[in-house]
Ligand binder design. Structure first.
Ligand code: FAD
Ligand code: NAD
Length: 470
């Protein structure tokens, strides 16, 4: 086979691309998906899933290996970890999900082509096939082209990838836990993977250029996490920029903003200073697409500036998150099928899967005030939650932000153990246009950590029962 025609051609089989292709197939469109590597993209293979699996192992190991006696009388002296088995377990989780994606594509009658796609124009793509066709190029013509090529890690000129300097992808292929890990960049990936490897026994130093880690989240949210990192032995150097490696490649040289130099011995240097959309080597230059910074510009229906060409996922802008890519994939297929759909979401939840976890949906107090809105803010600390005390996990709080006049919720944030699961309730409240009174009037099961949500709301309304008013 050297030629193929279809209605919808999706380039890239990550969460954005596979969602678009499956939904297109479900809607009866003749869809083809081209993926050069393994189905599932960054998220399934070297991103969300393996990093959360690693964090799970790290948590289990840290709990089993706790040197200090717990307040409830449990002391464990030592635990053994076979890291080879850890990585093969993570690979098995990834394999199962990858196979699941292939199964779902087949179930939706999507043709999956394994190969590298290169755009010739907005309706024609040539694929260097890997499997069937014995490497012969395949020309695909399509009515609708969906670009979902994802993103790639940023490389620092002073610290090029190679040898002991690695991007996050390579962290899941390590043979062993590094003894001394230097993480350059204290954002999402650096802090999540830094936390995991610290719990697995590595001596971890995070070097962050700005004044604090996770600069995308406000100070109040990050503070409990910073304290926990210090407790678990992670060294965090903020306002510090990496200059390069020593001549023998074993020492990371960095400079603080006060001009002093820091030298950090490392056997592995993980560089996590952000990601950029994957815009190279697939023929973007053959298309007439407007850009928005490094991203491909899209409108509220994921249309690019070229008729019949769409872009979704990390290629199309911030936030570069899998759930945004999945939502866009679903949306774009429905737009192509002629449904009246548009991006009208109030929020894209942001979660940092650390210990404690951080969640943010909608506006934080500073951003809400900056937009000129008068707000009320309510907070409830987990130290006042029965369930948090009963599970010995009292760090953190839930915070709500609402308009002062009509009490419509504008944002909900929180930090605490397992708070990622509350992101669903927070996002739902914002999407439903809930007012403080709606949440206060909803009975939350007792004893659960979710009770902190109506308690924070009650604090904003001045009607809290479980917190003394200031
Ligand atoms: P990708 O997942 O990057 O997929 C793009 C696919 O396109 C790739 O498989 C690539 O091989 C293929 N491709 C590219 N060009 C071509 C071509 N020319 N021909 C054929 N195929 C091509 N997000 C979250 O929401 N939650 C998390 O917990 C989270 N954790 C993360 C942890 C790490 C370590 C990393 C790196 C990322 C994490 N992310 C997380 C981000 C998430 O992985 C991305 O936002 C998501 O994968 C983007 O999906 P996508 O479909 O746009 O692109
Ligand atoms: P990031 O943007 O989250 O963080 C990069 C960090 O590196 C920032 O704090 C930045 O100030 C710092 N930095 C930049 N240049 C530096 C330098 N020269 N020296 C030291 N520090 C420097 O990027 P990331 O951690 O690489 O993650 C990329 C994207 O992947 C995220 O933006 C997010 O969209 C996605 N992601 C999401 C999750 C999640 O949802 N839990 C997890 C991992 C990744």
């Amino acid at each position: 086979m050297t030629e193929l025609h279809c209605s919808v051609l999706v380039v890239g089989g990550g969460p954005g691309g596979y969602s678009a292709a499956i939904r297109a197939g479900q809607l009866g469109l003749d869809a083809v998906l081209v993926e050069a590597a393994t189905l599932g993209g960054t998220c399934l293979n070297v991103g969300c899933i393996p990093s959360k699996a690693l964090l799970h192992v790290a948590d289990a190991y840290a709990a089993a290996n706790a040197r200090e006696a717990t307040p409830f009388g449990l002391t464990v002296t030592s635990a053994q970890l076979d890291f080879t088995q850890t990585t093969s377990w993570i690979a098995s989780v990834v394999d199962r999900l990858d196979a699941g994606v292939a199964h779902l594509l087949a179930g939706a009658h999507v043709r999956h082509i394994h190969g590298w796609a290169r755009c010739v124009d907005g309706k024609t793509v040539v694929v260097e096939t890997h499997a069937d066709g014995a490497g012969k190029p395949l020309t695909i013509t399509t009515e609708h082209l969906v670009l979902a090529t994802g993103s790639r890690p940023v490389e620092l000129p002073a610290l090029p990838f190679g040898g002991r300097v690695i991007p996050s992808d390579a962290m899941f292929a390590l043979d062993d836990v590094p003894e001394r890990l230097v993480v350059v960049g204290g954002g999402y990936i650096g802090i999540e993977l830094g936390t995991a490897f610290a719990k697995l026994g590595a001596a971890v130093t995070v070097v962050e250029a700005t004044a604090r880690i996770l600069p995308g989240f406000d100070d109040e949210l990050v503070r409990p996490l910073s304290r926990a990192l210090t407790r678990s032995g992670v060294e965090v150097l903020t306002a510090t920029a990496v200059q390069g490696l020593s001549a023998d490649g074993t020492i990371v040289v960095a400079q603080r903003t006060d001009g002093s130099t820091v030298e950090l011995r490392a056997d592995t240097v993980l560089v996590t200073v952000g990601r950029l959309p994957a815009t190279e080597e697939w023929g973007l230059e053959e298309l007439d697409l407007e850009r928005s910074g490094p991203f491909v510009w899209i409108d509220g229906q994921c249309r690019t500036s070229m008729a019949g060409v769409y872009a979704i996922g990390d290629l199309s802008g911030e936030p570069m998150l899998a759930h945004r890519a999945i939502a866009q994939g679903r949306l774009v297929a429905e737009v192509i099928a002629g449904r009246r759909r548009g991006w009208d979401n109030v929020c894209v939840p942001a979660v940092v899967f650390t210990d404690p976890e951080i969640v943010s949906v909608g506006l934080d107090p500073t951003t809400a005030r900056a937009s000129g809105t008068e707000i009320v803010v309510g907070r409830f600390p987990f130290s006042a939650s029965g369930r948090a005390l009963a599970t010995d996990a009292t760090d953190g709080f839930v915070r709500v932000v609402a308009r002062a006049d009509d009490h419509v919720l504008l944002g909900i944030q929180g930090v605490g153990t397992a708070i990622s699961e509350l992101s669903a309730a927070f996002a739902l409240a914002l999407e439903m246009g809930a007012r403080l009174e709606d949440v206060a009037g909803t009975i939350h099961a007792h004893p659960t950590r979710s009770e902190a949500f109506p308690e924070a709301v009650a604090a904003a309304l001045g009607t809290g029962l479980h917190l003394t008013t200031p």
